[in-house]
Design a protein around this ligand. Sequence first.
Ligand code: 9D3
Length: 254
Amino acid sequence: MRFDVITLFPELFAPFQSVGVTRRAFESKAVDLHLWQLRDFADDTYRRVDDRAYGGGPGMVMLVEPLVKALAAIRSDQAAAGGERLPVILFSPVGRPLTQTRVQALAASPGAVLLCGRYEGIDQRFVDAHVDEEISLGDYVLSGGELPALTLIDAVARLQPGVLNDAASHQQDSFSDGLLDCPHYSRPEVLALPEGDVAVPPVLLSGHHAHIARWRREQQLAITARRRPDLIDMARLQGALSKEDERFLKSLLL
Ligand code: 9D3
């Protein structure tokens, strides 16, 4: 798949191309990343990509013209590569929140053009004419769309075949069954701390696979009920909770 990123800060994307899961995705060509510096499409001598907002107020607005030129360059590059016309995703505080369901759909798609906003926002006429979808990361204020774009690329890259070491870990991911993950433990069996020894929960050393699975499930239910009761409601609506799960939830003192 292919991502074309329109940004004023392409250098922010370089580190992800040289480390970890994202590096493997790029090296294996599972994800083909094309970075486009918006300033290269500003024609005036000052290479301006922003201006003041009509109607006044603080903050600058990203100009339509450089965006249209950048998108035209991307479209002709995509066509030359024999690819299809990819949808344009704008990262914006007024977008719909990103979900794992959306990540999974994108991971199975040919890709997208990712537009990273800066300043107060981009001219609405460009959004209306060229943007297919607006995505937000959540209800907090960032300084631009680059980290959201990197977040999406990372989430999609790790779903590409052969990119994760362990294919089975997809299935066990937090959210793939709608519940938060259980805690994990590794060596040493007993950790010596100044406050005293801390042992691994004994069930995990029992070798009893059914007991371990039940313990992990109950840990998931307990942590989800405490921290994300909305996800319990969702799992219930989706029929993902067994009678045993419901019995356990009722036994919890929340
Ligand atoms: C007072 C209006 N502000 C909106 C909350 C203006 C504003 C703040 C920050 C406009 C743009 C930005 C830059 N943020 C993004 O481009 C952004 C973002 C975010 O701030 N939060 C969560 N997801 C995203 S996706 C892109």
